[in-house]
Design a protein around this ligand. Structure first.
Ligand SMILES: Cc1cc2nc3c(=O)[nH]c(=O)nc-3n(C[C@H](O)[C@H](O)[C@H](O)COP(=O)(O)OP(=O)(O)OC[C@H]3O[C@@H](n4cnc5c(N)ncnc54)[C@H](O)[C@@H]3O)c2cc1C
Length: 123
């Protein structure tokens, strides 16, 4: 979409084809934004990451092709990828655990369960 036309209320939108430069005015009385469906990698495209169809390729550790860079969530691509919120949370935990060990070789890949520690407030 190139522009929204209206005076106090939406009356039309101008749709533009970036490839051809052509545009079309479409009359409408409301506009519903559906943001975020297309990944815009921005500067990440120039970091040397292995990217397929605007998604960052990771291995089972959520490690990218660039050592020390990890990725999680919808932006990632791997053979078992399922784009759901809960999967993204799990991938984030995997990525953080696997990023922590190179930073601190004494750290354990498995960070432990929160229930392993003392109860809240206990010292
Ligand atoms: C219509 C629809 C319905 C869905 N329903 C469900 C559902 O019922 N249950 C479910 O589990 N999942 C659902 N999903 C999938 C779920 O929304 C995604 O799996 C989840 O949001 C992925 O989270 P994310 O943090 O990886 O990515 P996102 O939620 O997409 O977050 C990425 C963020 O990064 C920002 N961003 C993008 N590019 C840049 C940049 N260059 N610089 C800085 N920031 C940037 C974006 O604006 C966005 O805020 C649905 C998805 C869609 C599209």
């Amino acid at each position: 979409m190139a522009s929204v036309i209206g005076d106090g209320a939406v009356e039309a939108v101008r749709l533009a084809d970036r490839a051809t430069g052509e545009s079309e005015l479409v009359a409408c009385d409301s506009l519903i934004a559906a943001l975020g469906f297309t990944a815009q990698l921005g500067p990440l495209e120039h970091w040397g990451l292995d990217i397929v169809e605007r998604r960052i390729v990771v291995d089972s550790r959520m490690a990218t092709s660039v050592p020390g860079i990890f990725s999680a969530g919808d932006i990632t691509e791997h053979p078992a990828k399922v784009r759901l919120m809960l999967v993204g949370f799990g991938e984030a935990a995997t990525a953080v655990a696997n990023a922590a060990v190179p930073l601190d070789p004494s750290a354990d890949l498995f960070p432990g369960h929160s229930t392993d520690g003392p109860p809240p407030g206990a010292n």
